[in-house]
Design a protein around this ligand. Sequence first.
Ligand code: UN1
Length: 521
Amino acid sequence: MLETTPSPQSEASPQPQAAEILARLGIEPVNSGAHGVDWIAQPGGELLDSINPATGASLAAVRLAMEEDYDEVTYQTAKLFEKWRMFPAPKRGLIVREIGDELRKAKEDLGALVSLEAGKILAEGRGEVQEMIDIADFAVGLSRQLYGLTMHSERPAHRMYEQWHPLGMVGVITAFNFPVAVWAWNAMIAAVCGNTVLWKPSLKTPLTAIAVQHLVNRVLDRHGWRGVFSLIIGTDSQVSQRLLEDRRIPLVSATGSCQMGQHVAQWVGARFGRTILELGGNNGVIIMPDADLELALRAVLFGAVGTAGQRCTTIRRLFLHRSIAETFTKRLIEAYRQVRIGDPLNPSTLMGPLIDERAVTRMMQALALIESGGGEILYGGKRLDRPGYFVEPAIVRAHPQMKILREEIFAPILYVLEFDTLDEAIEWHNNVPQGLSSAIFTRDLIAAETFLSHRGSDCGIANVNLGTSGAEIGGAFGGEKDTGGGREAGSDSWKAYMRRQTVTINWSSELPLAQGIRFEL
Ligand code: UN1
């Protein structure tokens, strides 16, 4: 049961409420948090409030799924795999194409729902839906390109090749900050590869997940494929842990903190399941003395303040060459002063709230630790005196020995450090446990290539003259070290959703053995 309740803030703020948006999307606001072939009529769990982070008020209550509901949903989704894998990949692609079309139609409203529930600004909410559309388009093309290699055999009249088979039911665990796009990265690719998909969204963003499931169902219903994508909203103990231990789920793709990823890796690894982990980032940007500082300024502003510092790709550490450090920091502070913080649904807002009270507390605790550890807050860092979870973004002067630099604080805190040589900057840059995204600003070819070389950035993503966030779906997305090593979205990431089979066919009447071995009576 999904009960939408009007927010107490509704009179004071003109925000469209969740019910209105759901109505515009053609979604009946009565439902549960579990969907397999059908919505579970009476899930056994408690009611969960979806909170609007801009007001702290409830947008709706969602009935959580329990163990029995998990069993029902997964039974159907696991079973449907047997049929779905037999449906030719290009035809699976056509279903995904229609999902992309539904998302195109829903972009404005679904984007607004993302803003309302996750607190990111409207432009980013819509951008997130665009990211879903983009990956759907990519997956449609991919559905005709699931290529394997052929090899020349060392044995006469033998043919060798490899082919790719689907895995089964794939589990996708997503985080609040990209409540729908990261599901799409995984789900669209997994589906064209022939897998069915079980989605466990963040408990902070259940409404957007329910809305997406409804849109997807429209397409599945037209073609008799209900249940290929299913949804389960429940607690860690009732749902997530079961998913991790479920041997019918050969692959779990999870986005979240490093700590969460460690838990996922251990449980799924213990049963020899596979994981795709997209965990914490601690992304750094190096600004060289010859850089286009205007460009760098705009990029740093978006990268550090965008999504209120709650992207895994957010810029957290800024390494400034000593010769430009003072000017750049001053300019940055001026730019920070002009950031309009407020209602994420107001098109002129640049920064919305943090996700919840806990996030605000953590930011404040981190800032206290920074100050006691010798860091200097140059700008911001205060909580705003208004309902919801609003803070000012902070700029901190840091020194490379500060321990907290090694942690990902999921809030808009930007550390500024001064360096003298590129080698020094790269060393500091790499001296953190995480390895997601990185960037350098320079017009010097040697500096750029050094940063991109094997002795440069140790991250999964390395950019020149653009920020660390806002990656396109066409590349493989993910990071090294404690970021978990997974790759999602474009390039050949699809291979992680399939199993490779090496095939050798002997079309002769001889039986030559490889490596020249003779084994005869
Ligand atoms: C995330 O924060 O988990 O590159 C994903 C970006 C987005 C995806 C971020 N395309 O910032």
